[in-house]
Design a protein around this ligand. Structure first.
Ligand code: ZN
Length: 196
């Protein structure tokens, strides 16, 4: 019995020394402009949601929370697979992560909505984007089970933004040509200066 207690104590101590966050967190670096070569790639569909895909989902979620952001597509960490993680819970609210493999928009409303969008691959740039206000999306969840959701509001916007990433489309493709060219130029210039 004494031994059992000791063991229990030992486990507790281990927990004190190894915080659960540092133990399982695996952060990926996020690809940003001007690296369009990777961001413009079209991602491939998953055949199954296997252990490798689940590990990528978890790493993507850690990376997204750490950034912090509310949505991240695999291509943004350099993996051209159709995987997306999202969580639109506000600070202080319980986390509600969504894992989507092979997400597909199967219906979108004719009614449009404006949202100010940003992107972890285009840091510190925000612009209004008009998109369908509501969408139905079909996808495979983290267990590989088929799901369908009806989304409106910010979740509909984030879903469309992330599914765009899987097709090599960035939110700046939905703004005026002049504004887009200006932001790409800004990132090219910053990159050049950084390399000097
Ligand atoms: Zn983005």
């Amino acid at each position: 019995m004494g031994e059992g207690l000791q063991k229990g104590k030992g486990r507790e101590l281990t927990h004190v020394h190894t915080s659960p966050i540092s133990a399982c967190m695996s952060l990926k670096s996020i690809i940003t402009l001007p690296d369009e070569k990777i961001l413009r790639q079209k991602s491939a569909a998953l055949k199954t949601v296997d252990a490798g895909a689940r590990k990528l989902f978890d790493d993507m979620l850690d990376t997204m929370y750490h950034a912090p952001g509310i949505g991240l597509a695999a291509i943004q960490v350099g993996v051209p697979m159709r995987q997306v993680v999202m969580d639109i819970a506000k600070e202080g609210e319980d986390k509600k992560p969504l894992f989507l493999a092979n997400p597909e928009i199967i219906w979108s409303s004719t009614q449009l909505n404006d949202y100010e969008e940003g992107c972890l691959s285009i840091p510190e740039f925000y612009e209004m984007v008009e998109r369908p206000a509501e969408v139905n999306v079909r996808y495979l969840d983290r267990n590989g089970d088929a799901q369908e959701i009806h989304a409106k509001g910010i979740i509909a916007t984030v879903l469309q933004h992330e599914i765009d990433h899987l097709n090599g489309i960035l939110f700046i493709d939905h703004i005026s040509r002049l504004k887009r060219q200006r932001v790409i130029k800004k990132f090219k210039k910053a990159d050049k200066l950084g390399k000097l």
